[in-house]
Write a protein that binds this ligand. Structure first.
Ligand SMILES: Nc1ncnc2c1ncn2[C@@H]1O[C@H](COP(=O)(O)OP(=O)(O)OP(=O)(O)O)[C@@H](O)[C@H]1O
Ligand SMILES: [Mg+2]
Ligand SMILES: [Zn+2]
Length: 511
């Protein structure tokens, strides 16, 4: 097995870093020893290396489950720039022929990025079973817990995929995982996992909350700050419309800045293009929903604003964590007006089915069965029929599936089984609702805090945090006029002419 020195040498050889950051070596050593590991390291500190280095060192292929296509593409591009060529992101952009060709030659890749949804494809599973998989990584593993129950049920099916693929060692990584989320991840994967948990506070991000009267005042504050500082910045919104509207308003007010919006309702291609332009410093400000930013490695974001606050502290920590990845002082500013309080609650309501929804769906399923009618398979048709949001329907359908009910197959189920299943769905709904509401309450309580925000933010998650003298938080007192944001060039800096040349020669194709 690799000894202490050689691991550092490997890091230097492949990535050009002379030392490991806190936690990396411990995680990597366990991974190389074939153990299952849950690694929690702060945002932007280098979780990717924890599987990228093993991917280079281990025989066989490393599979990385990643939540976003743009994130996968970014990582592939970065790795190729470092001369790691045997990497690929399997995604919906690949046309049929190309995909088929790639599937047949999967063993030529050392590192394969894939979404949990794509992993469900039987064809892909078939080809994956034919290669030797040395490590199965779940990046952003909190998605299992945070999204797996409603938005992306395929996150809850990873356990069976791992089994299908012959039970390779598993590495789950995240920057934010409370004890409950950690337990949820481990429970869902159903493995005995070694936990490597490190404090997730980021001492170079100042925490500021400003209470305002209304949205106009929010816009005024953002305009006045950004008109002084032309630095890469993110502004988070809870709705797509608000992100778009404010991006237009800001463009009028800040004509010198290049401003764009980004949300999940946009075409995939447009989203990738916006992210790339932001990465390349061709866009300064992005007005976005939570759909933007997970894992993106842009190192010079100086401001993260929250025009609307998220429904839970974990999301907030993730979102502000996109600031200051180069370690330089950066500021997060949450703008809060009393009218905002109902927004997250509205969001929760739109994500989970109500009692009425559940009764309606159940009755319709039973009626269809009794009348021998075939269930529609199109999502939009089903949604229209039940009057549900996509997320609500996904929640119900994944639970039905879990209980062995496949509505679209036209199979007749015992009415009492359907009844009982809906009873179970209702229990789970109540549990999720309670959890989401209590998380929202924690977030609201933190916003109202009168004492140090840093202490209040992290003490619920971990035993200690690094205290900060200057620019700690708005309750300890920060003077934004004192803030002189550092402008840095964000692209990977090749240290030698060789590396520079290599980068020039590498074309940024995304496979
Ligand atoms: N040992 C190291 N020494 C110096 N730089 C490092 C080291 N490890 C990683 N980095 C750099 O740190 C940056 C952030 O890494 P990475 O994107 O893996 O963060 P992350 O932990 O995955 O963050 P997030 O939680 O946002 O996904 C990268 O530019 C990476 O090259
Ligand atoms: Mg990451
Ligand atoms: Zn403070």
């Amino acid at each position: 097995m690799t000894n202490k020195l050689s691991l550092e040498e490997e890091l230097e050889t492949y990535f050009g870093y002379s030392t490991f950051r806190l936690g990396q070596k411990e995680i990597i050593s366990d991974v190389l020893n074939g153990n299952d590991v849950l690694g929690i390291l702060p945002t932007g500190t280098g979780k990717s290396i924890c599987y990228q280095l093993p991917a280079r060192m281990l025989e066989g292929t490393t599979i990385v489950v990643s939540p976003l296509i743009s994130l996968m593409m970014d990582q592939v591009k970065e790795l190729k720039a470092m001369n790691f060529k045997e990497v690929i992101a399997l995604n919906s952009f690949l046309d049929y022929d190309k995909r088929k060709r790639i599937f047949k030659n999967l063993n030529q890749y050392k590192l394969i990025y894939v979404s949990p949804e794509m992993l469900q494809q039987k064809e892909l599973q078939f080809y994956l079973k034919n290669i030797s998989i040395s490590l199965f990584v779940i990046d952003e593993a909190h998605c299992i817990s945070q999204w797996g129950h409603e938005f992306r049920p395929d996150y809850q099916k990873l356990k069976s995929v791992i089994n299908e693929l012959g039970d390779p060692p598993v590495l789950a990584l995240s920057a934010t995982a409370t004890k409950e989320v950690q337990d949820d991840i481990i429970h869902s994967l159903d493995r005995s996992i070694i936990r490597h948990i490190y404090p997730m506070d980021r001492s170079n991000i100042s925490l500021s909350i400003q209470e305002v009267i209304n949205n106009d005042e929010k816009l005024d504050i953002i305009t006045s700050i950004l008109s002084v500082h032309k630095v890469p910045s993110l502004i988070y919104f809870s709705s797509k419309n608000a992100a778009e509207n404010v991006s237009h308003l800001l463009s009028e007010r800040l004509p010198e800045h290049r401003i764009a919006f980004y949300h999940g309702g946009m075409e995939q291609m447009d989203r990738v293009a916006i992210q790339q332009q932001f990465m390349n410093n061709q866009i300064d400000i992005i007005c976005c929903t939570s759909a933007f930013g997970m894992g993106i490695n842009k190192n010079n974001i100086r401001f993260v604003f929250h025009y609307h606050f998220p429904g839970q502290i974990e999301s907030y920590i993730q979102e502000i964590g996109r600031a200051g990845r180069d370690g330089n002082q950066s500021i997060s500013i949450l703008l809060y007006s009393r009218q905002d309080s109902f927004l997250p609650q509205k969001m929760i309501d739109s994500e989970l089915p109500s009692d009425d929804d559940l009764i309606r769906v159940k009755q319709l399923i039973i009626r269809y069965q009794n009348e021998n009618k075939i269930f529609p398979v199109e999502l939009t048709e089903i949604q229209a029929m039940f009057g549900l949001s996509e997320v609500q329907w996904r929640f119900i359908s994944s639970q039905l599936e879990k209980h062995g009910i496949k509505v679209e197959n036209g199979i007749k189920y015992d009415e009492s089984k359907v009844d009982e299943t809906f009873q179970q769905i209702k229990y789970l709904r109540d549990e999720r609702l309670y959890l989401k509401q209590s998380k929202l309450k924690d977030m609201m309580n933190w916003i109202q805090l009168k004492t140090c925000l840093r202490s209040g933010l992290y003490t619920n998650f971990q035993s200690g945090y690094t205290s900060v003298e200057e620019f700690c938080c708005s309750n300890c007192g920060i003077d934004l006029r004192e803030f002189k944001p550092k402008q840095t060039t964000p692209l990977i800096q090749p240290s030698t002419w060789e590396k520079k040349l290599r980068r020039l020669l590498v074309v940024g194709d995304f496979e």
